[in-house]
Ligand binder design. Sequence first.
Ligand code: SF4
Length: 324
Amino acid sequence: MPSSTLRHDWTVAEIESIYSSPLPDLVFRAQTVHRAHHRADEVQGCMLLSIKTGGCPEDCAYCPQSAHYQTGVSRTDLVGLAVLTEAATAARAQGATRFCMGAAWRDVPDGAPFERVLEMVRIVRGLGMEACCTLGMLNQEQADALAGAGLTAYNHNLDTSPEFYGQIITTRTYDDRLETLARVRRAGVTVCCGGIIGMGEDRGVRCRLLQQLARLDPHPESVPINLLVRVDGTPLAGLGAEDPLEMVRTIATSRILMPASFVRLSAGRLGLTDEAQALCFLAGANSIFLGERLLTTPNPGQSHDDQLLARLGMRLTGAEELRS
Ligand code: SF4
């Protein structure tokens, strides 16, 4: 499908109809779209490093790094360049072709910390990997400077629907998020933007989130779909576990709405069986996060992922080429 035929005008009724279709039909349709745009036997490996942890002034109800909640996550300063270089080099050796750096900031502080982040971007790009940052809200000058340093992508998630958003975050608005995303686009950096399921929302909320993502023109090149990791001390800790098949449906619908994007099976994989993850790949997920931790929460780790991909006859995109 040429990009000119990608749609940005999906109605909620259309999306709900896709999302709620019989699972075999939904997965078949998603897999058909997936194969028209991507290799079905490959996933991209990403590694996410927390470069500045905890003490965030925002109140995202799912987040153990928010200063509003007692979660036992300790605050750290921005890591140094040696730590970053070591982590990025190790990520590449594990098969990652994309290295993501996350800082628990409301917005990016100018001056020395930001200069150090720019240098981090240059280091990651110098290792031949895509570089992604998630640093909170950006102004245009900061977005332009990140672009100048060679940043591949900027992550800023919409998280959920505009209507449900106020139950999850009160310290900044949905429009704040959209404005940061627009600045990233203007700077010529690709957009990484997705959401979280399992926060007590219903299917209608999920479909409205997917509509918001698909409305972005161009579509986000990267769409992380996260399953809530329930962390003690956060307001969402007491919720029940989400049905893994809702994750499969969310991924399949994302794939159908945004055919050319990377749909990333992101946080929460430890809450999914290997078989559920396989279904997510059938539904069009084509990226996972490698390593033992995803920012502050646990992740399957290299040996488990190596075994899973081997069992599925799948491989990490470009890993061998980058390492050789
Ligand atoms: S998700 Fe990001 S912005 Fe929200 S509290 Fe956590 S670190 Fe802060």
